[in-house]
Design a protein around this ligand. Structure first.
Ligand SMILES: [Cu+2]
Length: 305
């Protein structure tokens, strides 16, 4: 009786290795042969790489590393982009810990990142390495380098309608290097369903009756609108008395607009789940209101002082 599985017999030796072996044999026999089988350069490893390899071995760096590359390497690559291309990148790691009673996974909406970390369990990833479910009490480290500054979203991607309606979402703001977030002039407005299941009440930043939005008079403010409602188009109008005000769009779905699109226009948007809009707004002292029409309608006072 054989202890080897039958399917092992179907595994054939590598033709590439067979050609290489034959070429080596012919060369040893004195024949002038150029082997074109293995994809190998015809020059030696450059001296700086040889020396770095020797140093790494002498420093004991001979174990497996994380599969997507060590943080030192990522930092060095970011440094290269900064130095030679004037581009700013910063590697990020966000650990999602599941403290709920249900399996979940988190999707980083609008950010370009490696599929494996993008939170669609059993689907994101490559080959047999697909994103796992995060079971209760377990965690998952999502690693990515945000491609640019902007307004993005994260949200659950398991049993979506229920988990998102129950609040498993949030804004994900990426700022330019060196920029700090100033809540006095930078306002995040997240529209969503409140409560699980079906077409629940729509609210702003988790509240069905949101508190007034406080702005400073004559100062430029950034409003970041996010719709993470589960299936609802939301219509927003910024009104003074009954007249529509104006604002200037800055970005859409985390991408800055070209100057010819970033022009002043009536302060209204109709937007669907997963969309984000950034606007610039400056108002004189007064009382205004954001009128929101969705499954449920409500108004947000805007107090400018
Ligand atoms: Cu999404």
């Amino acid at each position: 009786m054989s202890f080897l599985a039958d399917r092992l017999a179907r595994v054939k030796p590598s033709p590439t290795m067979a050609i290489t072996a034959l070429a080596t044999e012919l060369k040893a026999a004195g024949r002038d042969v150029i082997a074109l089988s293995q994809g190998e350069p015809d020059f030696d490893t450059p001296a700086n790489i040889r020396e770095a390899g020797i140093r790494a071995i002498q420093n004991g760096e001979t174990r497996y590393t994380v599969f997507d590359g060590r943080i030192e390497l990522k930092r060095a690559i970011c440094g290269k982009f900064k130095r030679e291309n004037g581009l700013d990148y910063e590697p990020t790691q966000i650990t999602v810990v599941n403290r709920t009673a249900s399996p979940t996974a988190v999707h980083w909406h609008g950010i370009e990142l490696e599929s494996y970390f993008d939170g669609v369990a059993g689907f994101s990833g490559q080959g047999s390495r697909t994103t796992p479910l995060i079971v209760p009490t377990d965690s998952f480290a999502a690693r990515f380098t945000p491609p640019r500054a902007g307004t993005f979203i994260y949200h659950a991607h398991v049993d979506d309608l229920r988990q998102i309606a129950l609040g498993l979402y949030g804004p994900l703001l990426v700022l330019e290097p060196g920029e700090t977030y100033d809540p006095a002039t930078d306002h995040v407005l997240v529209f969503s369903q409140l409560g699980g299941g079906g077409q629940g009440v729509v609210g702003l930043n988790g509240a069905a009756s949101p508190p007034p939005l406080e702005l400073r008079a004559g100062v430029s403010h950034r409003l970041r609108f996010i719709n993470i409602g589960i299936q609802d188009l939301i219509d927003v109008r910024l009104l003074g008395d009954s007249t529509l005000l104006t604002w200037r769009p800055l970005a859409k779905d985390g991408r800055d607009l070209e100057p010819y699109h970033a022009t002043r226009r009536p302060a209204t948007i109709l937007f669907g789940p997963g969309e984000t809009y950034d606007f610039e707004l400056s108002l004189p002292r007064g009382d205004y209101r954001l009128k929101v029409d969705a499954f449920s309608d409500f108004e947000v006072m805007v107090r400018v002082r």
